[in-house]
Structures are given as C-alpha cells and as structure tokens.
Design a protein around this ligand. Structure first.
Ligand code: UT7
Length: 335
C-alpha cells in the first residue's frame, strides 16, 4: 500500500477478440422459429460470433484481447499490477482471472473476477480507478469477457438470438491529477428486480446416508430474461445516470462527442440518444455484427471505434452499461 495522494487515471490502450465462427440471422432461423426480419427490426442484430471449439474458453478470448492491449501500450506484462476480469461466464467458478494472469505472464499482478453482468466492464473500470487514484497501483488491466452462448437455452428464441461471445480489454494507468481523464462516474444496483435477468442456480436434494443430514446440490439454469421489463429499465435509467454524471462534471449533453452504450439493442441506443437529444451520429454501434456480448460489449465497441479513428484526443466519451442485477453505470471520460 503506497501513499493515499489522489492521482488521476487514463485508459492508455485497448484490445478486443472475437471468435471466428459467425452465425447469421438466416442461419439462426434454422435453429429456432424466427427470421432475419424479426431479429433485425426488434434488435438491430444481423449476426453474432460464437465460440465453437471444445478446447477454447473465455480465457482464450480474454488473453488475446489483453495481449493486444499490452502490445499497443508497449507494456511488458510484468508491469501490470492488477487484473480485473469482468465476466458472468468464467471457465471456473473460483475465477478465471488468475489463469489469464499466468497465461499472459503478468507475474506481478493480483488478479480477480468481478461479476456485474453487462455492467461488468463499467464497474471494473470504476474499481480500477479507486486503486489508481489512491496510488495503490500504477497499471491495471480491465477485461470484459463473456461467452453467453454457453449459457443460453438454444431452444428459447427470446434469448438465444440476442447473445454473442467476445472479449475486450483496457489498460488503465495512473497519471498526474491534472491529466485525469475520468471526469465522473455513477454506478447503481436495484436488486429488487434481479429476477428479470438471471442465470439462477437450481438446487435439488442430494441424499446422503448419514443420519438426518440433508444436503442440496444443483446446477445453473439457462439465461432467463424478461425482455420488456429490462428494456423499460434501460431506457428510463440510463439517460438519468448519464445526466447525473454530466451534472457532476459541470457539463451538458452538448459536450458529449461519443456515446458508448452497452450494445444490447439498437432500439435502446436510439431511445437513449433521443431522450438526451444527442445526434445518432454520436452513437457508437457495432451490435449488428456481434449481438449482445454482455461484459465485452463496451470494450469491444470502444476498441473498434479507436481502431476506426473515430475517437480523438480530448473528445468527451460517455460510457454506460446496464443489465442483470439490475445494475447500471456511467463513466464520463476526456479521451
Ligand atoms: O444485456 C442485458 C440487457 N438486455 C436488454 O437490454 C434487452 C432488453 N429487451 C429487448 O431488447 C427486447 O425486449 C427484446 C429484443 C428481447 C424482445 O423484443 P420485444 O419487442 O420486447 O418482444 P417481446 O418479448 O415482447 O415479444 C413479442 C413477440 C412475442 O409474440 P406474441 O406473444 O406477441 O405472439 C414473442 O413470442 O415476439 C415473439 N418473439 C419472437 N418472434 C420471432 C420473441 N422472440 C422472437 C424471435 N423471433 N426470436
């Protein structure tokens, strides 16, 4: 633990990874009763990437995204102090971050998983900022990765059409407080509505022949989502969260250059932008190619926007995630 002098923090590099297998809406309509027309008009999704190799796991995507970010930052993995893996689909319930730490050679890094579903990357970044601003660590790798194709019921057309697999990563570094690029953030949880979106654990009696001892064991079920309720929650809470962050940094919607929202549904992106009176040109959207990649969606969209030279120095970038929990959160960054 170092001094508690308040420092600034900055994203210095990003990376992303997607599986090579592509499933189009037309191919999806051979799996469940649906159509390209329904999926495109209700969600904006045209295709998604799925991890199909038995030997591959979320770790492969997370490692590849992390290595890309490290390379872009010209950083030796041994310089990473902390790895935060935001995921709801780890390859190991005890956590996958430590495997990633070993595989990328980040031998000096502490590593842990963080579960906040589709808000995971935002919560991960906010967590990283705390360690950087208090000068505890200098370099933090935040990864958002999910392989929800392994958790959806492939006979449930209301969910399986939505999700895709991916990983995105960002290296966040402490800097002088004058150059701090994190202008404000706000994260929220409302557990009252947790049942609207879940992968719940179902227990059944596991009989043991030891006296009256009763033990329950079970398994995780598939993704369940009350789509309409989650939709209403997203379009009502996300604009409020963004407005509250803007106010905290003495800014207005006119100051926003780019809106990088969780890529769940094109209609949600448009509705949020309309509520805030932000031009649709400022919305970063790539969900037509990848579907909803949960914790990976924001870093994947951010990484693509950077590769396409959309985001420039000093731009005001608003990042907002929302999803299961229910959780939601916003970060305002000066790039
Ligand atoms: O990442 C976490 C955050 N998640 C989200 O933000 C998701 C938010 N919710 C949504 O994006 C939308 O609610 C969905 C895209 C999931 C669903 O769109 P919707 O307009 O709310 O559709 P719905 O669930 O109300 O279903 C409308 C109809 C139903 O038929 P009936 O009852 O009207 O006869 C469904 O059975 O569409 C039917 N339907 C389908 N039809 C063809 C549901 N899924 C499909 C499908 N293909 N894949």
């Amino acid at each position: 633990m170092k001094s508690l002098m308040i420092q600034g923090a900055k994203i210095i590099a990003t990376g992303s990874a997607i599986p090579s297998f592509k499933l189009s809406n037309d191919e999806m309509s051979k799996i469940v009763e649906t159509s390209d027309e329904w999926i495109s008009s209700r969600t904006g999704i045209k295709e998604r990437r799925l991890l199909t190799e038995k030997s591959q796991s979320i770790n492969d995507l997370a490692i590849s995204a992390s290595q890309q970010a490290l390379e872009k930052a010209s950083m030796d993995p041994s310089e990473v102090d902390l790895i935060i893996l935001a995921t709801s689909s780890p390859s190991d319930l005890f956590g996958s971050a430590s495997r990633i730490q070993f595989e990328i050679g980040a031998k000096n890094a502490v590593a842990f998983d963080l579960t906040a579903a589709c808000s995971g990357f935002v919560v991960g970044l906010v967590t990283a900022f705390q360690f950087l601003q208090t000068n505890t660590y200098r370099n933090i790798l935040v990864i958002g990765a999910d392989v929800l194709s392994q958790w959806v019921d492939w006979s449930d057309r209301s969910t399986c059409i939505l999700f895709g697999d991916a990983a995105g990563a960002a290296i966040v570094q402490s800097c002088s407080s004058i150059h701090n690029s994190i202008l404000s953030f706000k994260i929220n949880t409302d557990g009252k509505y947790a049942s609207h979106l879940s992968i719940s654990y179902e227990k059944s009696l596991h009989k043991l022949s030891v006296g009256n001892l009763k033990l329950y064991q079970g398994a995780f079920k598939h993704v369940y989502m009350n789509g309409r309720e989650v939709y209403k929650f997203a379009v009502s809470q996300v604009p409020l969260s963004i407005l509250s962050c803007l106010e905290a940094s003495n800014m207005s919607v006119q100051d926003i250059d780019w809106l990088v929202l969780h890529q769940a549904n094109e209609r949600i992106l448009t509705a949020v932008a309309e509520k805030l009176s932000i031009s649709s040109k400022k919305i970063i959207s790539n969900l037509s190619k990848y579907g909803n990649t949960s914790a990976a969606s924001i870093p994947l969209a951010l990484d693509e926007a950077i590769k396409e030279h959309k985001i420039s120095d000093n731009d005001i970038v608003v990042i907002a995630g929302f999803g299961a929990g229910l959780t939601w959160g916003t970060i305002i960054l000066r790039w």
